[in-house]
Design a protein around this ligand. Structure first.
Ligand SMILES: Cc1ncc(COP(=O)(O)O)c(C=O)c1O
Length: 381
């Protein structure tokens, strides 16, 4: 048995080319030759299967401890294919702070196709149980919520789901298999926006699904092939390559984040810091049982009299942009950017105020990042 970090780098050995290439080639072929009309060929048409994409799919299935992986053209395409395994009239309990694009898909698309959803705080296990109905088929949530990093226990939700014969579906974009493997904690399907840490360089949009069982794999594969939002060979290669450096990137993301959290906690301009690694919080108590690190997203509120727009615009190194999980640090104001489509009332209900800032900590020198934050904080006084 080799260690997880070694698996990240080596993946599956390559025996399918005649050149001795260390890495899987990028197979830019949309179609494949049938030696005979009746031949049973492994590859026939690239929507149905492509060797480069398939390499990535096997790589991620192995890392998540699942039966089969699937690569999609975006995280939302992955989520779309997973919700599409259900039928009109089915009901799904969904986390009330899931990614805004997931909410849009649920409310403006799947509801038209008569899937029912109830949004609840999945940290509140009693609320989850109360939301279950006779037609409920699954519980869907994000392990660390966005932008307030509320932690949901995969183990506890999976236990409830099993009792009621439901599927547990986890969007684990914020953690990656390096920090948590939800299938091993009881989940049935894990999803990633591979656009984030798996790719890691803000240069590709991609989505991943891994299922625990063959039966679920068949249902997801039907949708991947039938709907057709597959990841291109070039993009599959970028995610494959990103995964090779996941461990070293995540280690640096984590140590930088811890330094930044310590810095923020000691600044008078900061009213509150949200980070699941903060000892003494409920989120920490849940997370510490199930993760190997507390992630590299930190949110914080400036004191009421300080201008958050000025703060983010005065930063020199940290870039003002949505998205997260990249080598470069990205910062944003959720109320005006990632969560702008929510009304002020809805934002307030889930704790998003004009004072809240979300920072995706990159792998730059921590001293430079802290210098940048300090400089901008001081410019506010
Ligand atoms: C947690 C989470 N899930 C899914 C998505 C959607 O992924 P994509 O943008 O790759 O479609 C995002 C995007 O920000 C996300 O943050």
């Amino acid at each position: 048995m080799i260690d997880f970090d070694t698996k990240l780098v080596h993946g599956r050995s390559q025996n399918d080319n005649t050149t001795g290439a260390v890495n899987v080639p990028i197979y830019n072929s949309s179609t494949y030759i049938f030696p005979k009309v009746d031949a049973k060929v492994r590859w026939d048409y690239a929507r149905s299967g492509n060797p480069t994409r398939n390499y990535l799919e096997d790589q991620i299935a192995e890392l998540e401890g699942g039966y089969q992986g699937f690569a999609f053209s975006s995280g939302l395409a992955a989520i779309h294919s997973v919700f599409s395994i259900f039928s009109p009239g089915d009901h799904i309990v969904i986390g009330d702070t899931v990614y805004g694009g997931t909410f849009r898909l649920v409310n403006q698309f799947f509801k038209r196709w008569k899937l029912e959803f109830t949004a609840v705080n999945t940290q509140d296990l009693a609320a989850v149980k109360k939301a279950i109905k006779p037609n409920t088929k699954a519980i869907y949530f994000e392990t660390f919520s966005n932008p307030l990093l509320r932690v949901t226990s995969v183990r506890k939700i999976s236990k409830i789901a099993k009792k009621y014969n439901l599927l547990t579906i986890v969007d684990n974009t914020f953690l990656t298999p390096y920090l948590q493997q939800p299938l091993k904690l009881g989940a049935d399907i894990v999803i990633h926006s591979a656009t984030k840490y798996l790719g890691g360089h803000s240069d590709v949009i991609a989505g991943i699904v891994v299922t625990k069982t063959k039966e679920l794999a068949e249902r997801v594969y039907f949708n991947q092939n039938g709907i057709g939002a597959v990841l291109s060979p070039e993009s599959s290669n970028l995610i494959r390559r990103g995964i090779q450096t996941l461990a070293v990137r995540m280690d640096r993301h984590l140590s930088n984040t811890q330094k930044i959290v310590n810095f923020l906690q000691n600044r008078p301009e900061i009213k509150k810091v949200y980070y699941p690694g903060l000892v003494g919080t409920k989120d920490y108590e849940i997370a510490k049982q199930e993760v190997n690190g507390y992630g590299a997203i930190v949110s914080f509120e400036l004191q009421d009299n300080l201008d958050t727009t000025k703060f983010v615009e005065n930063l020199k190194l940290i870039q003002l942009a949505v998205s997260l999980g990249a080598v470069e640090s990205l910062i944003e104001l959720p109320y005006k950017m990632t969560h702008a489509e929510l009304s002020r009332k809805e934002q307030k209900k889930i704790g998003i105020t004009a004072q809240l800032i979300r920072l995706s900590v990159g792998i730059e020198s921590p001293d430079d990042l802290i210098k940048d934050l300090r400089h901008s904080l001081e410019s506010l006084n």
